[in-house]
Ligand binder design. Structure first.
Ligand SMILES: Cc1cc2nc3c(=O)[nH]c(=O)nc-3n(C[C@H](O)[C@H](O)[C@H](O)COP(=O)(O)O)c2cc1C
Length: 159
């Protein structure tokens, strides 16, 4: 029997650094700062030119992003809590502000600046998004808690 493990590890977002990305009008990444690359586990050149949904976590409800785009289209700034997925399938939570970059009265780009959130807020938002996905998409998230002694036994079994 083949057994595989997937560990979903959380990456802490630093308090003192800004996580910045910019996209074209279709949401393709045109710039990331070094902190963004570090947090997401990609090299900047792996991200440039890719749709921003490259870091979309499956736990995020579709309606959150529909709301984001509708807000930008109205010319307003969107703010919200986002769980993103890393290249190594780990994840990180941020509070994001997404807004337009306007030149000569025309929207030319979008930009996003993010900051860390508290553990309590992460738990609250996970519950809210889980409930939202269940209601809107009929999808339930399965969480499996493995006690330490059982994990040790599993590791022995693997060896
Ligand atoms: C400036 C900007 C930043 C964005 N940042 C993120 C982000 O950090 N994570 C994310 O999942 N989507 C982000 N999005 C939204 C994505 O473009 C996309 O709508 C979302 O990932 C949902 O993917 P989907 O449209 O394929 O369902 C951002 C969009 C813009 C314009």
């Amino acid at each position: 029997m083949n057994t595989t493990f997937d560990m979903f590890l959380e990456t802490e977002v630093p308090e003192d650094e800004l996580i910045i990305s910019r996209t074209d009008l279709s949401g393709n990444i045109i710039y990331v700062n070094e902190t963004f690359a570090d947090i997401s586990g990609y090299e900047p050149e792996e991200l440039i030119g890719k749709p921003h949904n490259i870091i979309r976590h499956p736990d995020m409800p579709q309606s959150v992003f529909a709301n984001l785009w509708a807000t930008l289209q109205r010319g307003e700034t969107w703010e919200g809590y986002v769980k993103n997925i890393r290249k190594d399938h780990g994840y990180y939570w941020v509070f994001a502000r997404v807004s337009r970059l306007v030149k000569d009265g025309k929207t030319v780009e979008y930009k996003s600046v993010r900051e860390p959130i508290s553990t309590a807020k992460k738990i609250q938002m996970q519950n809210i998004y889980d409930a939202q996905r269940k209601k809107e998409e009929g999808i339930s998230r399965v969480v499996l808690y493995v006690q330490n002694d059982k994990l040790t036994k599993l590791k022995e079994f693997e060896a």
